[in-house]
Design a protein around this ligand. Structure first.
Ligand code: SF4
Ligand code: SF4
Length: 480
């Protein structure tokens, strides 16, 4: 920039077209304060929401076969799902399970649209049935929240968020750990205390500030809706043929032109707009922001009832049905998704039933590659990762074969693992010096066998000193 040049503050240019329902024309955030519309869908959603909230709080306390009903146990790398325990080595099972869930979500979305978003998503459930009611609870008659109301509202927000974050964390660390953290001093568990506070802070940020933006910009499911829906998917729609032409806003009741032109059923009261938690006008057609919550249906049904007109000007329907086409349940996607779902479930169950109750993995060597034992024997240290995948405690023994005179050198003849426990087991294998041959190398087969006969075998490459006549050659991996 040349010397003396000055910055000129540019004027914000208003958007020519609507960009987002929650943006003002100058780009600033348009804060929403949707009116609650009571009605049959609001009642049904309320019942569903409180059943889900109760389930969310209770599930971490329920145990099946001694394990939590649902827990992603990150510390022990286990995933508990209603009596089934998947270990970190069950990668294929987890991928197939994720695929099955994905195909099910695709199918449900193709049939019922955003029913998950509007009725069951935690973001909607807690926003509309916990946080929004708290916000309204502390308003005075003029709609303000000041003084003690302000303090009480934020205190309650904090307590609810703290509770939610504790429940959320118990899905990862278990209820016992959360109980210890809660009852103990923060100085005894500083990391845990910080974790709880960070999650609580994130909850507050989401439900007090970010709100509907989570659905718009953060949720991947919200972003892929357009690809999952088709003309026959169930969505919340406005019946244009019945509603239009709508009564213009601020009309003069004595306007002769209105009396001459036949009007549709929409009286332009905007109740469907002011109740929408995402701030859209459903009369403009299907929009990405619509979460299918049916608040606009309840709002419009109340208006239609007051006007003694049939309800359903806004209703659950499909683009095809609104256009007068017949309902169609069987489309390419509603046939392909179930087939893929059943195939994934079949593969999952087959893998589950045929998986070994025992997992054995050879771990890399550590320390010196070999050492001499007593007279005439060479030993190699060995480490195995052994996982008990069964739902019962098991006792294991380690044996070696493949080379005559091979022995396992272990402190105890066997070891036990609790259900789904994994452990790294260290021991040594010894061979007669001459079994290693002139090159100082030999392969042995190491087997781990449980008390019910299940066994896994790994091949292990033993190393030892090179014979004198071959001095100068160094066994692969050995220190010269
Ligand atoms: S609530 Fe019904 S009548 Fe009122 S503006 Fe919306 S669609 Fe029209
Ligand atoms: S348009 Fe209706 S169904 Fe869609 S988000 Fe708004 S109120 Fe809910």
């Amino acid at each position: 920039m040349s010397p003396g040049a000055q910055f000129v503050k540019a004027e914000a240019k208003p958007a020519e077209h609507r960009v987002l329902a929650t943006l003002n024309a100058d780009g600033s955030r348009r804060w929403l304060d949707p009116r609650t519309s009571k009605g049959r869908f609001h009642t049904a959603r309320g019942v569903t929401a409180w059943v889900l909230i109760a389930l969310y709080a209770i599930l971490p306390f329920i145990t099946i076969n001694g394990a939590p009903a649902i827990q992603i146990d990150l510390a022990n790398r286990k995933f508990h799902l209603f009596g089934l325990t998947l270990l970190s080595t069950d990668t294929v099972l987890m991928v197939v399970l994720a695929l099955a869930i994905g195909f099910l979500i695709f199918l449900v979305t193709a049939l019922f649209g955003r029913v998950w978003c509007g009725w069951a998503c935690p973001q909607t459930v807690y926003m509309e049935f916990v946080y929004r009611p708290i916000e309204k609870l502390f308003r005075d008659k003029q709609g303000r929240t000041t003084g003690w109301r302000f303090a009480a509202k934020y205190a309650l927000y904090f307590l609810v968020s703290l509770h939610l974050s504790n429940v959320f964390l118990s899905y990862f660390v278990g209820t016992e750990a959360v109980r210890r953290w809660t009852l103990g001093s923060p100085f005894d568990h500083p990391a845990a205390f910080m974790l709880v506070m960070v999650v609580t802070g994130l909850m507050l940020f989401d439900f007090l500030f970010f709100r509907e933006q989570t659905c718009f910009v953060a949720c991947p499911y919200g972003r892929i809706q357009a690809a999952l829906l088709d003309r026959h998917s169930l969505i919340v729609t406005y019946d244009q043929r019945r509603g239009e032409p709508r009564r213009p806003l601020r009309t003069n009741p004595g306007d002769i032109s209105l009396k001459q032109a036949p009007l549709g059923d929409c009286v332009n009261c905007l109740k469907c707009v002011t109740t929408c938690p995402t701030g859209i006008d459903i009369r403009e057609g299907l929009q990405m922001e619509c979460i299918g919550c049916a608040q606009c249906i309840d709002a419009c049904d109340a208006v239609m009832t007051k006007l003694s007109k049939p309800v359903g000007l806004i209703r659950y329907s499909s683009q095809a049905m609104i256009a007068g086409e017949a309902k169609s349940l069987f489309r390419a996607r509603t046939l392909i998704y179930p087939v893929l779902f059943v195939a994934a479930v079949t593969v999952f169950v087959t893998l589950l039933l045929t998986r070994s109750p025992l997992d054995v993995d050879l771990l890399p060597r550590q320390g010196a590659p070999f050492y001499a034992v007593g007279t005439g024997e060479i030993a190699n240290q060995m480490r195995l990762s052994v996982a008990n995948r069964s739902e019962a405690a098991r006792t294991y023994t380690v044996t070696v074969k493949g080379v005559g005179g091979a022995r396992v050198l272990m402190d105890a003849p066997d070891f036990s693992l609790a259900p789904t426990e994994s452990r790294i087991v260290g021991f040594a294998i010894s061979l007669p010096r001459e079994a290693l041959g002139a090159r100082g190398q030999a392969d042995v087969l190491v087997s781990v066998t449980d008390d019910r006969g299940a066994s896994r075998t790994v091949r292990y490459h033993m190393l030892g000193p090179v014979h004198r006549s071959n001095a100068g050659e160094t066994p692969k991996g050995a220190t010269p």
